[in-house]
Ligand binder design. Sequence first.
Ligand SMILES: Cc1cc2nc3c(=O)[nH]c(=O)nc-3n(C[C@H](O)[C@H](O)[C@H](O)COP(=O)(O)OP(=O)(O)OC[C@H]3O[C@@H](n4cnc5c(N)ncnc54)[C@H](O)[C@@H]3O)c2cc1C
Length: 476
Amino acid sequence: MRVAIAGGGLAGLACGKYLVDAGHTPIVLESRDVLGGLVAAWKDEDGDWYETGLHAFFGAYPNMLQLLDELGISDRLQWKEHALIFNQPEKPGTYSYFKVPDIPAPFHVLTSIATSNDMLTWYQKFRFALGLWPAVVRGQQYVEDMDKYSLLEWLRRQGVDERVNTDIFVAASKALTFINPEDVSATIPLTAMNRFLQERYGSKIAFLDGSPTERLCQPIADYVTNGGGEIRMNAPLKEIVLNPDGTVQHFLLRGLNGQPDEILTADIYVSAMPVDVLKVLMPTQWKEIPFFQKLEGLEGVPVINLHLWFDRKLTNIDHLLFSRSDLLSVYADMSITCKEYADPDRSMLELVLAPAKDWIDKSDEEIINATMEELKKLFPQHLAGENPAKLRKYKVVKTPRSVYTSSPGRQAHRPDQKTPISNFYLAGSYTMQRYLGSMEGAVLSGKLAAQAIANSLSSAHTSASATLSEKPLAAV
Ligand SMILES: Cc1cc2nc3c(=O)[nH]c(=O)nc-3n(C[C@H](O)[C@H](O)[C@H](O)COP(=O)(O)OP(=O)(O)OC[C@H]3O[C@@H](n4cnc5c(N)ncnc54)[C@H](O)[C@@H]3O)c2cc1C
């Protein structure tokens, strides 16, 4: 069966991959000239990579890890020491470590909290561990139920000390969702904490060894084309054209560079586009349907990704760092953490600026000036004294609408991959799956969409879903 998939991010690509496995023919339609969506990357005039986002992979990403394994590229993940590392704003240039020992879950995380240096008193650690306990014993259902609270409300209800919020959860919330604890649903950080508590290597972090476009998306695209599918770049969906009964008749693709629009017909159609784009392209007839109406409650959150190339090394830490700065979220020296970006003598800091709503309309110069002021606090020895390190060049990548804004109550708005329209499916990290707006969530959503399609076709036609359901069901 021919399946047209609009969107060549991780969700669309994963959907294509698993449809190939199920014996179908996906046609992935990407509007831009680069694959990857929120993981897309480009080379600048010097041959240096810059990216839509600084991306960390976690041990608790079973579907991503399985996908890499199936593609034979698991060795492209560069695993780091099992620890979470935070800057200490009150002691510039120093770090707090949560080192996670190699002992069974959940004692590994609880021990890392107990033995962390500098940040919390014993009483604060005890209250923190006690507050987390319901998530350990009551699991994901409890975590889902907490969607009614903001993270800050939840911490207060659990009697967790305010210091835990300011010292840990502001950083965690900004890193996971690009918004602050007073704005984020408690479900989001609790989902991550729950995975970290339940899985021995869940919080272990890896970086890809090069650009996500080349090292992650291209192998998926190759798999799709080798399996008989198609990947079409510069192929933006313009309109979802319906039959009188409300099912999809065809996709209308916008003709670029003076070319006419093109009709693309298939047996099944998938939107793997961002939710904001889908809302704009939603056919009028579907807007009455409650399933699609609830998408109105979802909206992408702004975020900015920064790259700063310096004339010397600013750090030797081979890891993701939580900046704990008001302006910035996580960062890494990619000249150390990522093989293809390696430079033995000079740092390239990649940093996420979040929350970004007050910055998204500012000029690159204003953003970089503010970032350099923050960096003086993180690296006073290199940037604040005499003979400071020089900024050789920078790149600012703004995404006004990235992953869905995960404020309280959003879980009820996240749609299933199967829609009420018999030949139309959804994929995307905003759709309902247990891994939030992440790469893992995108891959899982694509797999679930492929699975739903294969199941519906197999009940109608063949037993084509057999190969597909054996592998992913174990991992989902
Ligand atoms: C700064 C930043 C940092 C991040 N850090 C992490 C991290 O550390 N770990 C992690 O797991 N996740 C992280 N994420 C989240 C992760 O990148 C996303 O959740 C995931 O990549 C989303 O994939 P997707 O396929 O669902 O959507 P998208 O990547 O948005 O893909 C949608 C695709 O649809 C295409 N499209 C749009 N309109 C059309 C159209 N009309 N026709 C055809 N195609 C169209 C787009 O070009 C895009 O390629 C980060 C994201 C950002 C922005």
